[in-house]
Write a protein that binds this ligand. Sequence first.
Ligand code: IMP
Ligand code: MG
Length: 180
Amino acid sequence: MASITIHEKRFSVYLSDEVLQKRIRELAAAINADYAGKKVYFLAILNGSFMFAADFFKYLTIDSEICFIKLVSYKGLKSSGEVTTAIGLEEDLHGKNVVILEDIIDTGKTLHYFLPQLLHQQPSSLKIVALLHKQEMTKYEVPIDYTGFVIPNKFVVGYGLDYDGLGRNYKDIYQLADEE
Ligand code: IMP
Ligand code: MG
């Protein structure tokens, strides 16, 4: 489909299934090479990353474990800062090679507040794979090690990404169309 309508907004194809799969294979190949002979513990961030993580995982040939977690942000009671907690993180990450799988990094706020908590567990390494990066929007520092696509500041849906709950089901990624 060249275009779709979600909540009365029109979106047109931006990254096709073929383009996405090719790039995801390249990202997985880079991880396979960089972690050759090692075991990696992947942390996929829900909800948006479920489709990306599933495809990416199929291209891995190294020893790979995966855990799906959900990040919830709220205002801390004592500090004025944001607190981000992870739901579903069961394992102790101490001594593990941890790789985060994120669908999109926009302002960087979510991961910026979450990374210190992971580092606190003293993993032996911590890297980030982001399928999409809205580079011009990033205000909080996040060290992204592997980027699928740097994209402009336009809303995208599909391939796990939603617009107000809808649109996650499409195999391509769509971008908000300009108003006519
Ligand atoms: P950040 O904390 O600003 O980096 O926000 C990251 C989160 O915002 C992502 O995990 C998405 O859930 C959401 N997000 C940001 N931009 C988009 C978009 O264009 N489409 C869908 N979700 C988005
Ligand atoms: Mg997300």
